[in-house]
Design a protein around this ligand. Structure first.
Ligand code: ATP
Ligand code: MG
Length: 291
């Protein structure tokens, strides 16, 4: 895909981002991290979060790779890469052993690269079954990319098939979007069981990046009640940042743009910039504790 000139320079959006979010790349010198955005539940905001967290990191000149592990390919189109404009997807790397460096695409943001998905990836669920160490294919592919990227963000499909298992095996942490609705807690219990099983068998080092409350509608008592229940139940693992229900976030993917390029002044943009800041701050805190 052709590389377009970075709109942040021309529109001065980048300085707005820095001033409003406090993100500062020059203070940033952390180890590379792989974060899987996952929840078996459908439609909770996984892809929206993967796209907009990646873009919010990239705009601060943090080298970021967005990995689209969902055959629906919504993260791919959501950053402006159209179906049929590229020849090789993650399918080719996972199943046909194409080096992952050969499939990466540029996006409209200079510091954001994409490992694209297409419908072939649905076949990978079946074709990987016969491979040895089939849950470790993505992990092996991404190891070589750690030197190139500060953050690798993986968008998972809404199921617990081999694609998601590959993502959770490759990841250092899992970020779980949870929609602020009545059955939110039920899904969380299920997810917790999954996490325990993955840690026991495939990836003992998988940590919880955090639970992210999404599509919050402050006007309803129900949403407020759900937030309070989830904070009681999950404690400090819930991000401070809450993503509001915001129509601009729902519109942006149809223009193939992350929210910061579609409407930088929207509440959706502000909230995802805050999320990026929180993720970075948490990592800095952990790095200080390790030192
Ligand atoms: P799937 O499980 O199918 O992969 P998902 O968990 O990735 O879904 P998204 O695709 O991110 O969920 O979101 C589902 C729908 O809700 C999309 O149409 C998206 O544009 C919309 N949406 C997501 N977050 C918000 C928000 N904060 N405000 C308004 N609409 C949102
Ligand atoms: Mg999705």
């Amino acid at each position: 895909m052709a590389y377009f000139s970075n709109p942040f320079r021309s529109k001065n959006v980048r300085s707005i981002v820095k001033n409003s979010s406090g993100l500062n790349c020059f203070e940033f010198n952390l180890m590379s991290k792989i974060i899987a955005i996952s929840n078996q539940k459908g439609g909770v905001g996984k892809t929206t979060t993967a796209i907009n967290l990646s873009a919010s990191l990239a705009v601060s000149e943090i080298q970021t790779l967005l990995v689209d592990m969902d055959p629906q390919a919504n993260a791919t189109s959501g950053v402006g890469v159209k179906k049929g404009t590229f020849k090789r997807s993650l399918y080719h790397s996972l199943v046909l052993q194409e080096p992952i460096g050969n499939i990466l695409l540029n996006t409209e943001l200079e510091w954001l690269k994409l490992a694209p998905s297409d419908r072939n990836l649905a076949g990978a669920e079946v074709e990987l079954i016969d491979l040895e160490e089939r849950e470790f294919c993505l992990s092996k592919l991404l190891q070589g990319q750690r030197e190139m990227f500060d953050y690798i963000i993986i968008d998972c499909p809404p199921s617990l098939g081999l694609l998601t298992l590959n993502a959770l095996t490759a990841a250092d942490s899992i970020l779980v979007p949870i929609q602020c609705e009545y059955f939110a807690l039920e899904g969380v219990t299920e997810l917790w069981d999954t996490l325990v099983r993955i840690r026991r068998s495939l990836n003992p080092n998988l940590s919880v990046e955090g639970f992210l409350l999404t599509m919050f509608d402050e006007r309803t008592n129900l949403a407020n009640q759900v937030v309070s229940d989830l904070r009681d139940f999950l404690g400090a693992q819930v991000f401070e940042t809450i993503i509001p229900r915001n129509v601009r976030l729902a519109e942006a993917p149809s223009y193939g743009k992350p929210i910061i390029l579609y409407d930088i002044k929207s509440r959706g943009a502000e909230s995802y910039l805050n999320l990026a800041k929180e993720v970075i701050e948490n990592d800095k805190k952990s790095a200080r504790q390790r030192a």
